[in-house]
Ligand binder design. Structure first.
Ligand code: SAH
Ligand code: SF4
Ligand code: F3S
Length: 511
């Protein structure tokens, strides 16, 4: 064997050669992602697994070991991290907040925009020194980026400090994946592209005892032309109403004060179940549970039903804040985006919502600089913003996502023009946010106190029902309680106020 051959053989032990079929280098698990499969929506029934159990052979795997998870992206990922933390804990691992003493490091990634991905690649690079100093430390990449072929190929090719890659559909297989990674020298890759299952009773370590996320559905079938989520999260699968209600009841019993029902497109809830039961019905049932605040995210304007508006209008623990992403105010752009509603139908929906919930706070998401967006089309987004009077918005420059239809479109809008539009939009957003905040001065509002402010220990902070951040002076016993606060001052992004009283617990509602 000559020097060249010897080098090559050595290389293949630790890193696959992409020109060849690299699956043969993986003795154990190797299932790469496939965007084509991820696009398919099969007719097969969703399998419901109620019996998640950690196999006995994994007991004690984490004894004397620590795990660290860094989370990027949306609430869905934040909640997946809670599930993975639950699995780690069931295996005997201890949590740590520092990568330096972690024995397993997971990056739970987001693929929504290119800069989100770049951040993750930067971080994987930063972790190289840890792997060099402590080769036994396992480094894993999971979450939405793992579902992308191009990302997995890039990691296989250039980031050999990674030990395992697994996707969003198989986090329940974390024990098996860890075991493979401990046994194998090669990178363990297990990404399921096509998935239709709902797994109940997964262990969870929730982040805090005040607010909790509750998944009501997984995946998205909308396929907006710019969006990677339907590829990374699979087809829409709703959880059974009873499972959701049981989870919320349990959280209420544990003393949680606020829950947020989660889904990429919560308004599609129930459609796949074949029951005559939609998000409005679910909200009605959840509103009867003794938990002080209930939110949901994210809504798609397309399926926002009259039933849901009627239920939300009953108030009680259903908060008067709706996040209703519009993306653009121009019909042609909305059409190319595949949003399936028009400026007019969106405004009509807003009119109905405001009519039945006069006190509602509306917030939104907007993308500027869509391929070939004209100045006039952008102006329509600005005018729609004013017409609705949104209280806040998350705004983004369009980012092409490989594999999506929009990524193939020609684009005649320069980077400079896109940035300029974003700046102009953000100016309007700030103006409206400040206006919304200034209206609170002199009013007394309910605040769910979550902790001390980041800057000062004697300052407490929390959010109103409409999700406005409020800072006020008070003692730490108020943390975890709902309190009335008189607003004295509006800042750029928050409110300052004076503590008035503690809110009494609600009565006469079931737990
Ligand atoms: N399911 C939600 C959105 C989830 S993604 C909905 O349909 O409303 C959150 C936001 O990211 C989107 O509302 C959109 O504004 C933005 N976004 C998604 N893909 C994007 C892309 N390719 N480029 C820029 N922004 C994007
Ligand atoms: Fe993406 Fe559209 Fe689905 Fe939202 S509804 S997750 S933007 S495809
Ligand atoms: Fe990002 Fe995946 Fe959420 S792409 S926004 S983490 S669903």
């Amino acid at each position: 064997m000559n020097e060249e051959q010897r080098k090559q053989q050595q290389q293949t032990k630790t890193k696959p050669n992409l020109e060849k079929d690299y699956s043969k280098y993986f003795e154990h698990v190797f299932e790469p992602p496939n965007l084509k499969d991820a696009r398919k929506r099969g007719k097969e029934d969703v399998q419901y697994h109620k019996d998640f159990k950690i196999d006995e052979r994994f007991q004690g795997m984490g004894k004397g070991r620590k795990f660290y998870i860094r989370t990027y992206g949306c609430q869905m990922n934040a909640h997946d991290t809670e599930v993975m933390a639950g699995i780690f804990q069931s295996l005997g691992y201890e949590a740590t907040t520092s990568v330096d003493d972690a024995d397993v490091i997971l990056l739970n990634t987001c693929a929504i925009r290119e800069n989100a991905e770049n951040k993750v690649f930067g971080e994987i690079g930063n972790l190289k020194h840890i792997k060099q100093a402590r080769p036994d430390c396992l480094i894993g990449v999971c979450g939405c980026m793992s579902q992308e072929e191009a990302v997995v190929n890039k990691i296989l090719k250039s980031y050999h400090n990674v030990d395992m890659i697994f996707g969003t559909h198989n986090i329940h297989r974390l024990p098996e994946i860890l075991e493979e990674a401990y046994m194998s020298k090669a990178m363990v890759v297990e990404v399921w592209s096509k998935e239709g299952d709902v797994i109940e009773n997964l262990p969870k370590v929730r982040d805090g005892k005040i607010k909790a996320w509750v998944n009501i559905m997984y995946g998205c079938d909308k396929f907006c032309t710019y969006c990677i989520v339907p590829f990374t999260r699979g087809k829409e699968r709703s959880r059974m109403p009873k499972d959701i209600i049981d989870e919320v009841r349990d959280l209420a019993r544990q003393g949680y004060q606020e829950i947020c029902l989660l889904g990429q497109n919560v308004n599609s809830y129930g459609k796949d179940l074949g029951l005559d039961y939609d998000l409005g019905d679910l909200m009605r049932d959840v509103s009867k549970i003794d938990i002080p605040r209930v939110r949901f995210t994210t809504s798609h304007p397309w399926d926002f039903t009259d039933n849901l508006i009627e239920v939300l209008a009953t108030g009680g623990n259903l908060v008067e804040h709706i996040h209703l992403p519009v993306q653009s105010g121009n019909n042609e752009v909305l059409k190319i985006m595949g949003r399936k509603y028009t400026r007019e139908s969106y405004l009509e929906l807003v009119r109905k919502i405001k009519q039945q919930i006069p006190d509602v706070a509306l917030t939104t998401d907007i993308i500027v600089g869509y391929p070939n967006e004209t100045e006039e089309q952008f102006q329509e987004t600005l005018s729609l913003y004013e017409e609705v009077g949104f209280e806040h918005a998350y705004t983004y420059i369009y980012s092409p996502r490989p594999g999506t239809p929009a990524a193939k479109m020609d684009d005649n809008v320069s980077k400079e023009v896109k940035s300029d539009r974003l700046q102009r939009l953000n100016k309007l957003v700030t103006e409206y946010s400040e206006r919304a905040l200034s209206q609170y001065v002199g009013e007394t509002v309910e605040v769910l106190c979550e902790g001390t402010s980041k800057k000062r220990d004697d300052v407490l902070s929390g959010y109103t029902r409409k999700n406005k951040l409020v800072n006020f002076i008070g003692s730490e016993e108020l943390i975890g309680q709902r309190v009335m606060v008189e607003i004295t001052e509006a800042m750029n992004y928050s409110l300052n106020g004076k503590f008035v009283s503690i809110v009494e617990q609600r009565e006469g509602v079931e737990v």
